[in-house]
Design a protein around this ligand. Structure first.
Ligand SMILES: [Zn+2]
Length: 301
């Protein structure tokens, strides 16, 4: 599932292909839950408009249009937003069979196709599982899901996290995945950040000390920055808008590495389920919260 680094890479890569180009036509598939705005209405609203800016909050992309309206895009689980000439086997259903470099042809999973007045490269939004979303917002209108989002993970401060964490009796992993607390973090980067911060994902959020929150925020920022430097993670469907794979998956320390040795201590990485999500961690390196153990100097164990 695309998380903050993949969505931010999509934004950076796609923006130059959108800015100051006038939309000639929008083609869509039939009405479905993918379209928070009905496809006919979407096509009508977008025709003749120009994109002025593409911004991001958490895992949401927002295109500001010249009439003050906005287009909200969410990649969901398998969403792919890309430019016409992008070539990648992940953009085909027969991914494993055709490593061909044939140009992309819209298929039945291509729910949105934006054509421009300049006749230049089209933009496609393809989504096999259709958990992605597109929504058009009138000027001044807000997206109900976006208004509930917490602070963007790139902007979060240790004090923000600590003030939310201290009143939540839920595992730290669940807290990190809660988009109303922290926008943009999903399963991969939550597991990776907890490993870097040496925190047990099962530990209770309310027991995190200020120092641990600071460590966790530093780890999160480090992991997200590294993932963006490598173009995100291409584990299943994600490709950047030019058709290039991300490379972070080759550097992950715990995510989907259960049974393999920890890169620090060689202990087997374990997998547990927290909040219905697979969680991967090193039982030796990632310890319970300091407050749970009591101050180090008083340790009797
Ligand atoms: Zn370890």
């Amino acid at each position: 599932m695309p998380e903050l680094p993949e969505v931010e890479m999509t934004r950076r890569c796609l923006e130059p292909w959108l800015l100051q180009r006038k939309i000639a036509r929008v083609r869509t598939t039939a009405s479905s839950y993918f379209f928070a705005t009905p496809p006919e209405q979407l096509a009508r609203r977008l025709r003749g408009r120009t994109v002025q800016m593409l911004s991001r909050h958490g895992k949401y992309l927002v295109a500001l249009l010249d009439d003050g309206s906005r287009l909200v895009l969410h990649l969901g689980m398998t969403g792919q937003l890309f430019v016409e000439q992008a070539q990648n086997p992940r953009l085909s259903q027969a991914a494993s069979k055709t490593a061909s470099t044939a140009p992309f042809r819209p298929d039945r999973h291509t729910h949105l196709c934006v054509e421009w007045e300049d006749g230049g490269p089209k933009i496609f939004f393809r989504d096999v599982r259709k958990f992605g979303k597109v929504r058009w917002l009138a000027p001044g209108e807000s997206d109900p899901r976006m208004t509930r989002l917490g602070v963007d993970a790139l902007q979060v401060k240790a004090s923000d996290l600590h003030s939310v964490a201290r009143v939540r009796r839920i595992p730290i992993k669940s807290l990190l995945l809660d988009q109303t607390v922290l926008a943009g973090v999903g399963n991969i980067y939550a597991d990776e950040a907890l490993f870097v911060a040496r925190l047990d994902p099962r530990g209770l959020a309310c027991r995190l000390t200020r120092a641990e929150c600071a460590r966790l925020v530093r780890a999160l920022h480090r992991v997200l920055a590294r993932a963006m430097a490598l173009g995100g993670s291409s584990i299943r469907d994600y490709v950047n808008p030019d058709g290039v794979d991300g490379r972070y998956q080759t550097e992950r320390k715990v995510y989907q590495r259960s049974g393999q040795p920890c890169v620090r201590c060689r202990t087997s990485i374990q997998r547990v389920v927290i909040a219905q999500r697979s969680t991967h961690f090193c039982p030796n390196c990632q310890k319970e919260s300091e407050s749970e153990r009591g101050p180090r100097t008083n340790l009797r164990r």
